[in-house]
Design a protein around this ligand. Structure first.
Ligand code: 5RP
Length: 259
């Protein structure tokens, strides 16, 4: 692997082999998502606890201080909205030149396997990898399901993750699911877990993150279950301890409760 590619990946994946990404890209199709209306205010108290920020170039330039920042994973796919016909109909939105100009550590793109736009989104990924390889910029593929949250099972996610890795993604972001080891074991590149819509209890989040890590995920890219929580700092501290300090669910609950 070339020096630039390796250097960028090492900004994202920490010396312990784990990572904690903070996604605030939801507005690119959801608009002003609850608690993300002013992204800079949402992330300010969380800053010490995440390893990298997943964000679009619009929010990056408008809301994020370029001094004292954390590594950036730039969301470079989009073109659809919650109120449009099909969330899967994405194209590339941002050139690699702009990614270089923004000095990002990686770029991120969604693929919608099994959708009407499967081929289009997979070829978007392949083209992005071709560009990324030229400049030494790793690509994180997001196995998106749009509004079809029920798709999140091991058979489907293993298929989507493997295809993303085959097309050259250096990291794959997917959802936790039952039998998550099937997803990780079939994917030759590191897997990180997204959170999805906010779940009922805090413990549920700790449980799936803990389980996913035991089964081989290297970390999380987890947004709404942190910043939509009533106590986002306590939540991120507890989750960070699971990811980077290998604490148990019980210990994470204790960290959360001593907020
Ligand atoms: C939205 C994304 C998010 O980065 C991803 O879904 C993670 O955030 P959350 O934990 O809130 O699901 O790709 O398009």
């Amino acid at each position: 692997m070339d020096w630039g590619m390796k250097n960028r990946l090492s900004q994202l994946i920490q010396p312990d082999g784990r990572c904690f990404f903070m996604p605030i890209d939801h507005g690119y199709f959801q608009g002003p998502t609850r608690k993300l209306e002013k992204p800079e205010e949402t992330i300010k108290p969380l800053f010490p606890y995440y390893d990298a920020l997943f964000v679009t170039r619009g929010v990056l330039r408008a809301c994020i201080d370029p001094v004292n920042t954390k590594p950036i994973i730039l969301r470079v796919s989009g073109g659809t909205s919650m109120v449009g016909k099909d969330l899967a109909n994405e194209e590339l939105t941002t050139s690699m030149e702009d990614a270089v100009r923004l000095n990002v550590a990686a770029v991120g793109i969604s693929v919608f396997v099994g959708s009407d736009y499967e081929q289009q989104t997979l070829l978007n990924l392949a083209k992005l990898v071709n560009e990324g390889e030229k400049y030494g910029i790793p690509v994180m593929a997001v196995t998106a399901v749009g509004k079809e949250l029920e798709k999140r099972d091991a058979r489907y996610l293993a298929l989507a993750c493997r295809i993303a890795a085959e097309l050259g993604a250096k990291v794959v972001k997917t959802y936790w699911c039952e039998n998550f080891e099937k997803v990780v074991n079939g994917c030759p590149v590191p897997v990180v877990m997204a959170g999805g819509p906010k779940v009922e209890t805090d413990r549920e989040v700790f449980e799936f993150v803990y389980d996913g890590l035991q089964k081989g995920a290297i970390g999380v890219n987890l947004g709404r279950n942190i910043w939509q929580n009533e106590h986002p700092v306590a939540m991120i501290k507890a989750l960070r301890a699971i990811v980077h300090e290998n604490v148990t669910v019980e210990d994470a609950m204790e960290i959360f409760n001593t907020r």
